[in-house]
Design a protein around this ligand. Structure first.
Ligand code: ADP
Length: 365
């Protein structure tokens, strides 16, 4: 099967007077596992259903392998979709559920038998053909839904929150299975989820949507490390934010007045520095695990920017401890890797909190 690209160009879709997709532009590479991530109501399912052909956009183009399919009916698109509910026929056996699309297409009986057999084998359900869906676990039903979709050999696979009906352990197992299957088939796949963990662990590339607007597209690591705005930064992980104002530029850095902290000198990358002007209001953002904690007054690494704080609380998370530290009038989260025997900072302890300048992201306030 030829791998195809999917491209959305300037897509707009409204329900009545409510615009749900606002100028969506996306390029999904052939064979890519692409995640659409965003909060509930951000337009993910609408976009997925639009690619399937169940929703129609009022403006823009939807290209598969460079060809605009906007006007094609869903059944002419050669796109397979797995629904959140699986939508299996309860009165049909697993075999007949999987065979359904081929029967509809009037596929020759011998070919049908071979294809259904191969699809069931691919999802590890060869022995379950005669069961009814209600005699299967959630994970097995999920696999039937997948087999039923891939048996028609679609060029594009669409998955709408495919793991949301499974318990946590099964979700982790199924997402690995799903990815392995996608890799084996090499099929361009678009996966909708509101779960950042799911998107980050599986996707080659992902897009974060908010209120029908694509906020950022990139690899999971790029979105985590270089978010373009506070929404993306907070959606893909925990982010600390301090508000500041540029007092002056100093050689390769800035003198910032940081709210609740005071004046802070910060060395910056030249591109970040160029974008800053005097008096500009800025947000300094940094992730909890990029901070260091040290006892106040101890020898500190000069490569870090140290500010005084007080421990307010500590949550033990197993792999790490998350401290809540008061800095001036602000509260910051600080993650410290845990290992046996490591002494904890007590509540109320005076500490020095080290910011790694290379890990600070500045956004316009
Ligand atoms: P998500 O999948 O990100 O949760 P949806 O695509 O389901 O979001 O919905 C996006 C927005 O469009 C929501 O505000 C939702 O209420 C609205 N919406 C979805 N379907 C319809 C519809 N058929 N008619 C009117 N509004 C709809």
């Amino acid at each position: 099967m030829k791998k195809v690209s999917v491209e959305c160009r300037n897509i707009r879709l409204s329900y009545g007077s409510t615009e749900v997709l606002k100028d969506v532009n996306l390029e999904i590479e052939p064979g890519e596992f692409f995640a659409l991530l965003g909060p509930s109501g951000s337009g993910k399912s609408t976009l997925l259903r639009l690619i399937a052909g169940f929703n129609r956009h009022q403006q823009g183009e939807l290209l598969v392998d460079g060809r605009d399919i906007s006007r094609q009916e869903p059944w002419d698109r050669n796109i397979g979709m797995v629904f959140q509910s699986y939508a299996l026929w309860p009165h049909l056996s697993v075999w007949d559920n999987v065979a359904f699309g081929l029967v509809e297409r009037k596929v020759d009986k011998t070919i049908l038998k071979a294809k259904v057999g191969a699809a069931l084998e691919l999802v590890g359900l060869s022995a379950f053909g005669q069961r009814r869906p209600n005699q299967l676990s959630g994970g097995q039903q999920q696999r039937v839904a997948l087999a039923r979709t891939i048996v028609i050999e679609p060029q594009v696979l669409l998955l709408d929150e495919p793991l949301s009906n499974l318990d946590k352990t099964l979700r982790v197992q199924m997402r690995q299975e799903l990815l392995a299957l996608q890799r084996r088939l090499g099929i361009t796949t678009v996966f909708v989820t509101h779960d950042k963990g799911e998107a980050m662990t599986t996707a080659d590339c992902m897009s974060v949507l908010d209120q029908g607007v694509v906020q950022q597209v990139g690899t999971p690591a790029a979105l985590y490390d270089e978010p373009v705005n506070a929404f993306v930064a907070n959606f893909v992980g925990t982010m600390n934010t301090l508000e500041g104002r540029v007092r002056s530029r100093q050689g390769e850095g800035l003198l910032l007045e940081v709210e609740g902290v005071g004046d802070v000198s910060l060395a910056l990358r030249p591109d970040m520095l160029r974008a800053c002007t005097n008096q500009q209001r800025l947000q300094l953002n940094f992730r909890p695990h990029t901070l260091k904690l040290a006892t106040a007054g101890s020898d500190c690494d000069p490569a870090f920017l140290w500010i005084p704080g007080t421990v307010q609380a500590c949550e033990f998370m197993g792999e790490y401890s998350r401290y809540r530290v008061r800095v001036g009038t602000q509260f910051l989260s600080v993650d410290q890797p845990h290992y046996a025997g490591l002494a904890k900072f007590a509540t109320g302890a005076a500490v020095s909190l080290g910011l790694d300048p290379s890990q600070i992201r500045l956004f316009g306030a």
